[in-house]
Ligand binder design. Structure first.
Ligand code: GLU
Length: 373
């Protein structure tokens, strides 16, 4: 043999014994696995689990509701692997076993399974709204003069690159970038007007500021305050803008209470190029929507964005309140609530749900069957 993968396992003096018994079959088995890889699915813990658990083989074409129900059933088996965020004490009181997924389609179909009407804290998902509205009000040049478009690979609240490089905050999906965007917007629009805009974008008139979450976060704000003042010292928050005001605006945006259905509503508006599917009214410009979806795809799932893009392939934004908002372009918005988080801050069960949906419904952006829905 020219290639001996078991060299380190079986000492040379035992080789002949193994060749006659198990060595050759074992070697052939490994080679056959290698030959298989070009058409088997990517290794995916969630996907394989459900195939094993539910014995889905040669299955009939499942309805969307079937898929959502199976996805939630699968996700529920993973909630114990995560934990609710506690660094904002109010979020630590949430029941981590909850899970819901809601889908709003462009053709008017709406399907919700699980805890989709429970109100929870939008947290980082608000970053996409702040960015979209800032692009409308302040314009592309003003926004991207102060913030970049590159993924960081660092945690969302990291100060490392901000301190150690001369670059502006890498992108608007991390805290530093979102605080800069908030500083552009805070002096241009009142929070009440912002709230009205958000209610329209999410098709949910009941969205409100959760004051308990807001005060809870404001009393544990040291890290974000450090980021904000570092931004000011480096000139990314202008001297004439009030740093504290920008910080309050940012935290208020994070403290909005939404449901999985509200997120699906905003997801649908983004999937539909910024146009409300029922009224035909344009709520966001095409350019703003395109930028937001692109940054969701490259930076929306914290420092897990790359792997998520490979496994799931749907532009998404998560928040430490347990929400995920996903956009299947041209087709549907997906909203998820699953507050048990993994180490990176993404909903453990939410990621499973999306991975399962992506496989079953061919929603991955580069799935060759993507447009056969
Ligand atoms: N308000 C949170 C923070 O600034 C948002 C974090 C998140 O959801 O990623 O820490």
């Amino acid at each position: 043999f020219f290639f001996d993968p078991f060299q380190h396992l079986f000492p040379v003096h035992h080789k002949y014994l193994f060749i006659s018994d198990i060595y050759i079959p074992l070697y052939l088995f490994v080679i056959s696995l290698k030959a298989d890889t070009h058409y088997t699915k990517l290794p995916s813990p969630c996907y394989h689990t459900i195939r094993k658990q539910h014995r889905i083989k040669n299955r009939r074409r499942l309805s969307m509701r079937d898929v959502l129900e199976q996805a939630v059933a699968l996700g529920k088996t993973h909630t114990h692997e995560g934990a609710v965020a506690t660094y904002i004490p109010e979020l630590g009181k949430v029941d981590g076993s909850q899970l819901g997924v809601s889908v709003f389609c462009r053709n008017g179909k709406r399907i919700s399974v699980g805890d989709t009407k429970v109100r929870f804290s939008i947290q980082s998902i608000s970053k996409i709204i702040t960015l979209a509205v800032a692009l409308e009000i302040c314009g592309f040049d003003q926004v991207f003069k102060k913030v970049g478009m590159e993924p960081t690979g660092d945690p969302f609240n990291s100060l490392m690159k901000l301190e150690n490089t001369d670059s502006s905050p890498y992108n608007p999906m991390i805290n530093a970038g979102a605080i800069v965007v908030a500083s552009c917007l805070a002096s241009e629009i009142s929070f009440d007007t912002m709230l009205d805009t958000i209610r329209a974008l999410c098709m949910d008139p009941d969205i409100n500021l959760d004051k308990k979450v807001y005060h809870s976060e404001m009393s544990h704000i040291s890290r974000n305050r450090a980021i904000a003042y570092l931004l000011e010292s480096k000139g990314y928050i202008e001297k004439n803008k009030d740093v504290e005001n920008s910080l309050h605006f940012y935290v208020k945006m994070c403290s909005l209470s939404v449901t999985a259905e509200s997120l699906a509503g905003l997801g649908l508006i983004l999937a539909n190029d910024g146009i409300h599917p029922d009224t035909g009214k344009r709520l966001l410009s095409s350019q703003a929507v395109k930028i937001v979806k692109t940054l969701m795809f490259t930076c929306g799932m914290y420092d897990g964005s790359g792997e998520f893009a490979v496994r799931v392939g749907i532009p998404s934004k998560s928040g430490v309140g347990g929400g995920i908002l996903s956009v299947v372009d041209g087709e549907m918005g997906i909203g998820i609530f699953g507050p048990a988080l993994d180490k990176k801050g993404n909903s453990v069960a939410g990621e499973c749900v999306l991975e399962y949906m992506s496989h079953e419904l061919h929603l991955h952006m580069f799935d060759p069957q993507r447009h056969t829905l």
